[in-house]
Design a protein around this ligand. Structure first.
Ligand code: PRP
Length: 217
């Protein structure tokens, strides 16, 4: 039996993913060591491998087949637009993609002004403003701390993830428009889905069962 390889987005999502996997009997003891600098972990018994990658790289590993399965946020899937199958909504990591800014930027949005939009998600922002709102904007790509942009005058608004809303609140910004809801998803390589169909389908089925139980269905 060959190894089935999982790519997990580093951080909060990876921890929640491992918790959920444990419930279907998929464990990886050596991954639980918080101090380890190892990047790849093996469960010899189940013939599984797990590796931690930067979130935006997960769809890339899966598209090229370096990982059979990936766990990543819907935001990253939309932004990367890779040729992969999205097979399951894991229901955790829930948040929203929003247009945010100071309250007075609301008028600029309403009147379709040519504004600057700072974001880590240029594709999602472009799709939203050009295809849904039919508003021409200038999109500026940033790599983090996006909330800074309207505060220091780089842009009028931002397109970013809002989870609790604390970052916005503490920086005097608000949600002005909602783009889409987001959550963690399981993605699968297109060839793996055929070659390892039985094993992958079983994992999806088991996860669905656990998630349904958790949601009290
Ligand atoms: C994300 C996002 C917001 C924040 C939202 O940033 O970009 O800044 O979390 O969360 P909240 O609504 O609960 O405050 P992240 O922590 O991933 O870091 P980043 O600024 O480097 O993108």
């Amino acid at each position: 039996m060959r190894y089935l390889t999982f790519a997990l987005g580093k951080g909060r999502l990876a921890n929640r993913t491992l918790e959920t996997f444990e419930k279907i009997g998929i464990t990886c003891q050596e991954m639980k060591d918080k101090d380890t600098r190892k990047l790849i972990f093996v469960n010899e018994e189940l013939k599984l491998k797990f590796f931690l990658a930067k979130g935006p790289d997960v769809p890339t590993y899966v598209e090229y087949g370096a990982a059979d399965i990936g766990i990543v946020g819907e935001d990253t899937i939309l932004e990367e637009a890779r040729n992969i199958y999205e097979v399951l909504d894991l229901g955790f990591g829930k948040c929203k993609m929003c247009v945010c800014g100071p309250k007075d930027a609301e008028e600029l949005l309403k009147h379709h002004e040519l504004i600057r939009v700072a974001t880590k998600y240029p594709r999602i922002a472009k799709d939203y403003f050009y295809n849904k709102k039919h508003q021409t904007v200038e999109i500026i790509k940033l790599n983090g701390s996006i909330e800074l942009a309207p505060i220091v005058g780089l842009s009028e608004v931002i397109v970013d993830i809002v989870e609790t809303g604390t970052t916005l609140r503490e920086n005097g910004l608000s949600v002005l428009e909602e783009v889409c809801p987001l959550s963690a998803r399981m993605v699968v390589n297109q060839v793996s889905m055929k070659m390892e169909n039985e094993r992958i389908t079983k994992i999806i089925r088991d996860l669905k069962e656990v998630l349904a139980k958790e949601n009290g269905k």
